[in-house]
Ligand binder design. Structure first.
Ligand code: ATP
Ligand code: MG
Length: 476
């Protein structure tokens, strides 16, 4: 593999070079051939022992210069001081511009009290959800593979170790900037900002009076678009600390995330989030709060407060416009019209009032628009009259539209398959018994979540009762 040294060229203030720590008796758990193709990896090589060892951290990849980077962050609203890649080790950046990172590859100078490891359970969730998000068309870090090892890892119980190989154009987080601001290392802060602009936001240098304010605005707008996509698809991240916010507007760090089952706007998916700070409906506001932290961090470069705040001014407008566009697509509304907002507010209130399954509702509505039979949609509501009122409004609003065209759009927007907690859990339990078949099946479905996949309806069904008892915390 050919490498370049983008982030690595920033120098020793930004990272520590080190080798991953080996794990015994490594074995494959899952692989994504789509990500392998993205990286130009030979499929046969990805099945080799050399690849298995390299992606477990047991053997080198020729030419790679592994490193762990330093960052800081606000966790649950409180400045946490210096953090850093405590268990993620970047192998390097490919010549085509993909950073390759091993998560769970051993201790680093930033591990604090942690063991540098990740357990199989959380690694499976991260691997599958990375690819599921990509399948949904939502910006995300990607995942090439998971390898496992019988090495014990202590959490609430003793589990086993795994390593996920993640791939992204950059793993730089808001927290990287916060770190150098907090340390009052302005030259390093500027070097990082200049690097990010040159590599990922060149338009912020060309023509902008203040490139750092332009960078902040560009990041803010990407983040706004990401939040709109999360909200529209019903994704709850669970740990939106500033060290988990990507400077590229990618979804990153799949911990206690959840795709909503029933539509409950105040839903919290992180068992450790007792205050509900990261509840589903709060995500757009939390992202804005996180952007204020980024603005604060960039202030030494931007120069004045008003300029930094002005750079964030477009956030609410971009979020609303993108969210409306996303919801219009879910409703099959081909162009914007008066009355769209009322229809969208109406359906969200209806779903919240009746706690209807979010994914199933949208998929059934898409099918109903295609065939004209709305009975399966009505059947989702205990009190049908309430649903009937909204369906009437929807039908009046769309009378003159081409329903076949609407349905076509809706079926490409409203997924049949999302990585519900219980599906992940079933795959995890099987994997813990040495059966990785369910991971492969889920990956295949989630890579193309809008396709019907005949014979796999069980993966698109309502969650079983026990799904409500799954408690996912920060422990991973
Ligand atoms: N088991 C561990 N060993 C060492 N450090 C850890 C461990 N778990 C978490 N950390 C560190 O604690 C901080 C916060 O953890 P968080 O759960 O947000 O991230 P993460 O899941 O480890 O990784 P990432 O954000 O890279 O996906 C990070 O600096 C992370 O590296
Ligand atoms: Mg993290």
């Amino acid at each position: 593999m050919a490498w370049q040294h983008g982030f690595a060229a920033l120098g020793a203030d930004f990272f520590t070079e080190l080798r991953p720590s080996p794990l015994p008796a490594a074995h494959w758990v899952g692989r994504s051939s789509a990500v392998a193709r993205l990286l130009g990896l030979d499929a046969a090589w990805l099945h080799s022992d050399a690849a298995l060892q390299a992606f477990t951290g047991n053997g080198p990849l020729a030419g790679a210069r592994p490193l762990a980077s330093v960052y800081g962050g606000h966790q649950f609203g409180v400045w946490a001081g210096q953090l850093g890649d405590g268990r993620a080790i970047m192998l390097g950046e490919t010549a085509a511009g993909w950073e390759i990172q091993l998560k769970g590859a051993g201790r680093t100078p930033y591990s604090r009290m942690g063991d540098g490891r990740a357990v199989l359970r959380s690694s499976i969730r991260e691997f599958l959800c990375s690819e599921a998000m990509h399948g949904l068309g939502i910006p995300t870090t990607r995942a090439l593979c998971i390898t496992g090892s019988p090495a014990p890892v202590r959490r609430e119980e003793t589990e086993t170790a795994a390593v996920v190989t993640r791939v992204a154009p950059s793993f730089v987080r808001f927290g990287h900037f916060e770190h150098f601001c907090a340390q009052r290392q302005t030259p390093q802060l500027q070097a990082l900002a200049d690097y990010v602009i040159a590599r990922y936001y060149p338009q912020c240098r060309a023509g902008a009076a203040n490139p750092y304010a332009a960078l902040l605005q560009a990041v803010s707008e990407r983040t706004a678009r990401l939040m709109a996509q999360w909200q529209a698809v019903g994704f709850c991240h669970g740990v939106m600390n500033t060290d988990n916010m990507s400077i590229l507007g990618l979804t990153m760090d799949y911990g206690p995330f959840q795709f909503l089952d029933a539509f409950i706007p105040e839903h919290r998916c992180n068992h450790s989030d007792t205050q509900g700070r990261y509840a589903y409906q709060r995500q757009p506001d939390v992202a804005y709060w996180n952007l204020l932290c980024l603005a604060q961090a960039l202030l030494p470069l931007i120069g004045e407060r008003d300029g930094a705040l002005a750079a964030l001014a477009s956030y609410p407008g971009v979020f609303s416009a993108e969210f409306m566009a996303g919801m219009r697509a879910k409703l099959g509304l081909l162009q914007a019209r008066d009355g769209d907002a009322a229809l969208i507010d109406g359906v969200l209130m209806l779903l919240a009032r009746h706690r209807v399954d979010y994914t199933i509702f949208w998929r059934r509505l898409s099918q109903a628009v295609g065939c004209g039979d709305f009975e399966p949609v009505r059947a989702l509501f205990a009190q049908r009259a309430d649903a009937e009122r909204w369906l009437l409004l929807f039908s009046e609003h769309t009378t003159h539209m081409d329903h076949a065209q609407m349905a076509g759009m809706m079926l490409k927007t409203n997924p049949k398959f999302v990585l519900r907690n219980h599906l992940g859990e079933q795959a995890i339990r099987a994997a813990q018994q040495g059966d990785f078949g369910a991971i492969e099946t889920l990956l295949r479905l989630l890579e193309r979540p809008f396709d019907e996949h005949p014979g796999h309806d069980a993966y698109a069904a309502f969650p079983p009762d026990w799904a409500a008892t799954i408690a996912i915390s920060c422990s991973s």
